[in-house]
Design a protein around this ligand. Structure first.
Ligand SMILES: [Zn+2]
Length: 285
């Protein structure tokens, strides 16, 4: 029995290393900052998004991506003419290593406060993946949460107000953000979708956390009823970032403004979720 357990543990470690080694190289490839709107910049790596919201009273940074990316994110903030100490508030879409591992170091370097949902707070403070707490490659540096956000709480800095929409499923406290962004001289409503992919989540027969399926379904229904002019997400390919950058041209309307994109992306993600749920249920013994 003990030998079997050891063999399983070794297999898990080997599998973990194998998966960890196949992470997309773009995730830790530095990228230059991109201005999306007058008060909004993409400051993440080529493959993982981080967003900087500029206000007259300071900066808000959403997502830390991976620990290896912190120097490049900080260089991007400086390249835009800001000091790290200008960052007052740190936010997170969700407590997975690819979006949260850099937060501990960013918090230390900027002195900013971290605000997070009640569902993700314990994961951030332990640096673990819910339901896979013992999987080493999914762990990340723990970071203390300074203030807990409830669904529909707002965060205001320098006259800019962000709204937290707790959209659980991908993680128990997955948080979607909406806020105003000025593009082409017009104030639009931007949304940073937390994430609705299944990713590494078990849905059945032993779900990652007990109510994960109901959470995903409620989240899809809620998102289907929301409106936004500018759709953004934690992974650049989830909102066609490269294509939009290529499509930008002087005098032409910004490709980032597309009021139909949220509905389109959510419907596609919901179909993928239902197919994966059916697949996992069928595969269950
Ligand atoms: Zn994730």
């Amino acid at each position: 029995m003990k030998r079997l357990w050891l063999a399983l543990a070794a297999a898990a470690v080997v599998a973990g290393v194998a998966i960890a080694q196949t992470l997309p190289p773009s995730w830790i490839k530095p990228a230059a900052p991109v201005k999306i709107g007058d008060n909004l910049y993409y400051v993440g790596s080529e493959g993982l998004a981080a967003y900087l919201i500029v206000t007259p009273k300071g900066l808000i940074l959403i997502d830390g991506t991976m620990e290896q990316n912190v120097p490049a994110i900080e260089a991007n903030i400086r390249a835009l003419g800001f000091k790290l100490s200008d960052v007052d508030i740190l936010l997170n879409t969700h407590a997975h290593f690819d979006h949260a591992a850099g937060l501990a170091r960013l918090k230390k370097d900027t002195g900013a406060g971290l605000l997070a949902s009640a569902g993700d707070k314990p994961l951030l403070e332990r640096g673990v993946y819910p339901g896979s707490e013992d999987v080493a490659w999914l762990r990340f540096p723990p970071v203390k949460v300074d203030h807990v956000l409830k669904d529909r709480d707002t965060v205001t800095l320098g006259g800019v107000t962000l709204t937290a929409h707790v959209t659980p499923g991908h993680t128990p406290g997955c948080t979607t953000w909406t806020f105003p962004v000025k593009i082409d001289g017009v104030v639009r409503k931007a949304i940073i979708l937390c994430s609705t992919t299944v990713a590494a989540n078990r849905l059945a027969p032993r779900p990652q956390y007990p109510v994960i399926v109901a959470d995903y379904q409620a989240t899809f229904t809620r998102l289907a009823g929301m409106k936004a002019d500018v759709f953004l997400a934690p992974h650049p390919e989830q909102f066609g970032f490269a294509g939009k950058l290529a499509a930008r041209a002087p005098g032409k309307p910004s490709p980032f403004v597309d009021p139909a994109e949220l509905g389109r992306r959510v419907a596609a993600s919901r179909a993928e979720f239902e197919a994966e749920l059916a697949r996992q249920q069928k595969a269950a013994p």
